[in-house]
Design a protein around this ligand. Structure first.
Ligand SMILES: O=C(O)c1ccccc1NCC(=O)[C@H](O)[C@H](O)COP(=O)(O)O
Length: 251
């Protein structure tokens, strides 16, 4: 008890904003006053379709749960069917509603019925489209954009989405379906001064590769779906446990 109190005091003392910022700079990220890297990697598990999976994810310490409102997806939820899942999300765990080039009416229905904490746009949505809902959002970007940043496409997109709370980098080509379980070439992970908002790593993560991903890329957060599933939309409590233990090892 005494030892653990002493070590938590030590941690609290040594974690000044300036020490956080200098370690962030060392990792190659642009830092401004609005983005201080957290000490632990945050986790979103996406594609929740079952109450028992929500419970397992919460039990193992997830930060956010993703719910897919994309009719073409195997993980798609009808807003009415999602109510019971949203009702199960406890305080301090975020609910994230995911859309892909959706009709505005679907987004509005989900907002009014389910009150998600955060919206996630996975297609070719413009900044103006995303902002019209007046809710915080993150924007998914295909890493094809990062292969040649000099093209200007990437900086245009980041500028258009200047009010996004973060950018999720996935292996999908922009506009294509996500949640495929495939990894992108991590060499294309942004190391430069692209943005002062957090980058979230997604695409093909699982318990075998997530530690390496975090060490090499130091993302703000990670997002996983297939890597903790036995079938699309069916999560495994054991895989969630193994994954979460690798992200933020206990002890
Ligand atoms: O999950 C889907 O079916 C889906 C459909 C359409 C757009 C996006 C979708 N999922 C996005 C994600 O789940 C995340 O980006 C995910 O963390 C990465 O997926 P995975 O490679 O399966 O871990």
């Amino acid at each position: 008890m005494a030892t653990s109190m002493a070590s938590s005091m030590l941690t609290a003392q040594s974690v000044t904003p300036s020490s956080i910022q200098s370690s962030t700079k060392a990792a190659g990220f642009a830092v401004d006053a609005s983005f201080v890297r957290p000490l632990r990697t945050r986790v979103k598990i996406c594609g929740m379709t079952r109450i028992e999976d929500v419970d397992a994810a919460v039990h193992y310490g997830v930060d956010a749960l993703g719910f897919v409102f994309v009719p073409a997806s195997k993980r798609n939820l009808a807003p009415e069917a999602a109510q019971a899942l949203f009702d199960r999300v406890p305080p301090f765990v975020q609910s994230v509603a995911l859309f892909l080039d959706a009709d505005e009416s679907l987004v509005e229905t989900v907002i009014s019925k389910l009150s998600p904490d955060l919206l996630q746009f996975h297609g070719r949505e413009t900044g103006a489209y995303c902002r019209q809902f007046g809710r915080p959002y993150i924007k998914a970007l295909g890493t094809d954009l990062f292969v040649d940043p000099s093209s200007g496409l990437l900086s245009d997109l980041l500028a258009d989405h200047a009010t996004a709370r973060g950018f999720l980098l996935d292996s999908h080509a922009t506009g294509a379906l996500g949640g495929t379980g495939s990894r992108f070439d991590w060499q294309h992970w942004p190391q430069g001064h692209y943005s002062s908002v957090p980058f979230i790593l997604a695409g093909g993560l699982d318990a075998t590769n997530v530690s390496e991903a975090i060490q090499r890329l130091q993302p703000y957060a990670i997002d996983v779906s297939s890597g903790v599933e036995t079938a699309p939309g069916v999560k495994s409590a054991l895989k969630i446990q193994e994954f979460m233990n690798k992200v933020n090892p206990i002890g």
